[in-house]
Write a protein that binds this ligand. Structure first.
Ligand code: ADP
Ligand code: GLC
Length: 498
């Protein structure tokens, strides 16, 4: 199949979170299975400077209609990974030559609606310019969701490139929907007919994710549990009714992500001080000592060490973590290392802990991939108290590194971590809790520590269970292939007439 994958970020080029990991690994896995995959994303010169200097310009003057009677000129660069996998970058400096992808100092760029309308339109134009015949158009999150609308619109539906194309949208995070003032419809080139309840209209504003979801042939999200959760008012962020409609049509699926087992593999990881595996785990003790040294903690093999690597956003529940650990720092013999950035209140609370308890609490405020690998390898436990978690990758990385996850049982965390009890020690891979209260999290962290100190056999069994679980992309890619094939065979869904 010819698959076009659209995204606002992909690792290693530009990354703020898991979407970037998925946008490299899944296209890669699909290409390995023999499909032709073209990934489209923006060219962010400031962010990508050192990450891909070997892109070639494959199209210099790409005309992109933008607003009434107006055309802008972009270029297309390419990074060819293999004969059937290429990353294409839309180069348009007015919108993408920025120090960060979406915001500056925590404030979203004021022209984000224009930036991503432009990206979506430019991708559609690029497909025509590069003469790609598309079997599957797979968009991700709100940034390129308009492509699912364009492909059904009179602007593109008659091009032979899109004959028989099925469109798929994946929701990686429903907390971000691309909601903007309706005046921005002007930039899309779409008429006001599209500003209706069955398409872009959302409480008198534009909602790009909603329109993408309603017009796509298939909607996926990144875990089966999250696919159910988003049908409820608690997790749906006001899109639950649109999603219930999709579910009733049979076009909503939850497919769990995989992980990149080349990048996240303790046997070959060059970013950790000692490599190790399930068969030979001694190197993990060295990683722990090195992590303790790096953060100025007392170097002790016996003390339970909890790690966190996270965006500091409401979604991740670290406000609850901050509340829960004060008592532990006061009374328990434990250590913590946290890597994260985002919310300013959380950043300073974590930095304060590091100042107040320098031998037991280490913090790095910022984004640092090397330290992220060191935490995965060196900690005993990895804490993810997420309010909601569509999939989550870190819990899978940590299981691969023999670091036991302590997670709130929601979304992908519920689908990937098997809770400990002595009776299911054959399967257990971590510790889970349900209520997002500081006391529930604290009790679970203490429970994990008590097993660590008193029952090494069960801890070792869990470590082995996690390290030997197959989280590779293989299964995920196969599920997406089946979904594409199913979408291609049948006119699955009749979308409402716009
Ligand atoms: P999300 O995409 O919601 O942030 P995921 O668990 O899917 O959550 O993916 C997060 C990814 O971002 C992981 O690869 C994780 O290691 C990385 N990450 C998050 N924060 C940091 C940080 N401060 N430094 C390094 N890597 C980080
Ligand atoms: C989002 C979600 C995260 C998921 C990632 C990749 O950022 O918050 O849970 O793992 O996308 O799908």
């Amino acid at each position: 199949m010819n698959i076009v994958w659209t995204t606002s970020e992909a690792a290693p080029y530009a990354k703020t979170g898991g979407l970037a990991d998925v946008s490299y690994s899944l296209p890669y896995a699909l290409a390995e299975n023999g499909h032709n995959v073209s990934v489209f994303m923006p060219y962010y010169p400031q962010v990508m400077a050192d990450k891909c200097d070997d892109t070639e310009c494959v199209y210099e003057l790409l005309g992109v209609p933008f607003g009434d009677n107006n055309e802008e000129w972009a270029s297309i660069r390419r990074h060819k990974i293999s004969a059937n996998l290429s990353f294409y970058f839309i180069e348009f400096n007015r919108f993408f030559d920025r120090p960060k992808l979406y915001d500056w100092e925590g404030c979203e760029y004021a022209d984000n609606a224009e930036r991503f309308i432009f990206l979506s339109r430019a991708i559609m134009q690029a497909i025509l310019a590069l003469k790609i015949k598309v079997d599957v158009l797979h968009t991700n999150d709100w940034h390129t969701a308009l492509c699912n609308v364009y492909i059904k619109s009179e602007l593109y539906k008659n091009y032979t490139n899109f004959d028989g194309t099925k469109s798929v949208i994946t929701i990686h995070n429903i907390g971000y929907q691309g909601v903007f003032n309706k005046a921005n419809l002007y930039w899309t080139g779409l008429s006001w007919d599209y500003f209706n309840f069955h398409c872009l209209e959302f409480f008198d504003q534009l909602n790009f994710l909603k329109a993408g979801v309603l017009l796509a042939d298939m909607v996926t999200t990144v875990s089966p549990t999250y696919a159910e959760e988003i049908l409820s008012a608690e997790y749906g962020f006001d899109l639950e009714h649109s999603l219930q409609h999709c579910a009733a049509q049979g076009k909503l699926r939850g497919i769990i992500n995989g992980i990149d087992t080349q990048e996240w593999n303790p046997e070959i990881d060059p970013l950790i001080p000692a490599n190790f595996s399930a068969e030979s785990i001694t190197g993990k003790a060295l990683c722990k000592a090195d992590l303790q040294k790096e953060f100025g903690l007392t170097v002790r093999p016996d003390v339970p060490l909890y790690g966190v690597v996270s965006r500091l956003a409401t979604q991740k529940g670290l406000d609850v973590f901050i509340e829960s650990i004060e008592e532990m720092l006061e009374y328990d013999d434990v250590q913590f290392v946290v890597i994260g950035s985002g919310d300013k209140w959380q950043e300073s609370a974590l930095a304060n802990f590091a100042r107040a308890y320098p031998n037991r609490f280490g913090a790095h405020i910022g984004y640092n991939n090397r330290l992220a690998h060191m935490v995965e390898a060196g900690a005993d436990f990895f804490v993810m108290p997420s309010r909601y978690e569509p999939c989550g990758l870190n819990q899978m990385y940590s299981m691969k590194y023999g670091t036991l996850p302590i997670v709130r049982a929601t979304g992908g965390l519920a689908d990937t971590v098997i809770n400990y009890s002595p009776e299911n020690i054959e399967n257990a891979t971590g510790f889970t809790f349900y209520d997002l209260y500081p006391s529930a999290l604290r009790d679970t962290m203490r429970w994990a520590a008590s097993i660590y100190l008193t029952n090494k056999a069960d801890i070792n069994a869990m470590i082995e269970n996690g390290m030997t679980t197959d989280f590779s992309w293989h299964h995920t890619a196969t599920e997406y292939e089946a979904l594409y094939q199913q979408a291609n065979k049948s006119p699955l869904v009749k979308t409402k007439k716009i």
